[in-house]
Design a binder for this molecule. Structure first.
Ligand code: C2E
Ligand code: CA
Ligand code: CA
Length: 418
């Protein structure tokens, strides 16, 4: 495709990316020129370019502000792209990254995992020859709500004080993402995901404010605020005779707090909601921080009838050990094994073993990140119980969820059943 013929559908990416600049590291002068032309076509004109790793590192070190995006060829003379990423990681400079290479799929896959594990936001790992469409699709991801460092409008990271005020003013509210029962063909419940909408209309993604809440000791307050909203929503549904199963995320640090466990028990008891309708999702790191305290919290809440899900299953180092130690009622398979599984044999094998593991333990298996029909059908064939993902619905307000229960839900269920 020729860049002259390529008209991007939206130029909104430009606004957030233009602020701090884009670093292009590519040794081929022709490919570098092409890349820069395309980027300018997309409205990105604050470009810094380099032809080798050493030079790029020097540039980044001396910039007043690190670039917010780096487009990086892996094969470079002198310092290669992978080593450059290692240096940036050590310097704690973490732009969003688009990796370019002519290497094969499995090598690109390994580098993608490395980039991710280092905490860079990987917008794409693109095989050469590159097309402007590939590049644009990767750039568009910069706008994604999961964007961990800048908010969707490129605003600065909020401070603990901003977060405290947001909590006091009730600006942090849940969005609900439906979970569908693949075997019964019905709504299985919803996951409550925290959303922070600022008064100026901008929003801060959870990948920014959840870690901030954890660092600044506000996570318990945030969790209880979410619980208040969730219980109020559940009361509306129970009032209509349609009890709504609800999943709520618990941060690792929350499990070591006896006060928080007591507060949760008190609030749910006051609300008269059935604890069996509430499942807490915890990542396995939650289990290892303070093992005795975590076991005590989980066991106390399980005694009262709450469910527990091991979130992002398969991404940690000791998922199976935690499954054996903790009384989980649900296994939530991380979306990195789900999305793309229809095309990739290795993902399919891991996915199937996770589903089998859940079945053997007699607990519910939920696949997250289901984005298309092929993945859905694969999961059904594998015997996975529930699915959640953009393929059905994005997280939405309580009111929007009401509307989603009509035709959109029927359409989602038809997708499951066909
Ligand atoms: P999570 O618990 O793994 O939640 C799933 C995340 O994946 C959500 O991102 C959701 O919007 C996103 N997602 C759902 N379906 C798809 C899909 O098909 N494709 C893709 N690419 N993504 C999908 P979100 O809302 O940005 O939340 C990010 C993380 O923030 C959550 O990951 C969770 O760990 C944390 N979080 C959110 N709300 C809370 C909360 O109230 N308390 C705590 N402790 N953590 C929270
Ligand atoms: Ca979750
Ligand atoms: Ca998850």
């Amino acid at each position: 495709m020729n860049s002259q013929h390529f008209v991007p559908s939206s130029l909104t990416i430009a606004r957030s990316l233009r602020c701090q600049g884009t670093l292009v590291v590519e040794d081929s002068p022709l490919q570098k020129a092409n890349l820069c032309n395309w980027l300018r076509t997309f409205g990105l004109d604050n470009l810094i370019t380099s032809g080798d790793g050493h030079h790029a590192l020097e540039l980044v070190r001396n910039l007043p502000q690190p670039p917010c995006l780096m487009i990086l060829d892996l094969e470079l003379p002198g310092m290669d792209g992978i080593e450059l990423l290692q240096h940036l990681y050590e310097l704690q400079i973490k732009p969003a990254v688009i990796v370019l290479s002519s290497a094969d799929d499995s090598l690109l896959g390994a580098v993608a995992t490395m980039v991710d594990a280092m905490g860079f936001r990987l917008l794409g790992s693109l095989q050469k020859p590159l097309t402007p469409l590939d590049l644009y699709a990767a750039l568009e991801k910069y706008q994604d709500a999961n964007n961990p460092t800048a908010d969707s409008n490129g605003a600065r990271e909020p401070s603990p004080e901003h977060l405290r005020q947001a909590l006091v003013s009730g600006a942090i509210v849940p969005a609900y993402q439906p979970k569908v029962d693949l075997q019964l063909g019905c709504l299985a419940g919803v996951e409550a995901l925290a959303r922070w909408q600022r008064t100026d209309g901008t929003s801060v993604p959870p990948a920014v404010f959840i870690p901030l809440a954890e660092r600044s000791g506000l996570i318990e307050q945030l969790t209880l605020a979410m619980l208040d909203h969730v219980l109020a929503e559940m009361a509306i549904w129970s009032g209509r005779g349609q009890p709504l199963p609800m999943a709520l995320n618990l941060s690792p640090t929350c499990l070591s707090s006896r006060d928080l466990t007591n507060a949760i028990l008190q609030k749910v008891s006051d609300s008269r909601q059935n604890p069996a309708l509430i499942t807490f999702e915890i990542t396995e790191s939650a289990c290892v921080l303070d093992l005795p305290a975590a076991l005590a919290s989980v066991s106390r809440l399980r005694l009262k009838g709450f469910g527990f899900s091991i979130d992002d299953y398969g991404t940690g180092f000791s998922s199976m050990q935690q499954l054996a130690r903790f009384p989980f009622t649900e296994l939530k398979i991380d979306r990195s094994f789900v999305h793309g599984a229809a095309e990739r044999e290795s993902l399919r094998a891991i996915l199937q073993s996770a589903v089998d593991m859940g079945r053997r333990l007699g607990i519910t298996t939920v696949a997250e990140g289901v984005e298309n029909r092929a993945e859905l059908q694969l999961l059904r064939r594998m015997g996975c119980r529930q699915a959640q993902g953009y393929g059905f619905a994005r997280p939405m307000s309580g009111k929007a969820l009401q509307e989603w229960l009509g035709e959109p839900l029927r359409a989602a269920l038809r997708l499951c059943m066909n």
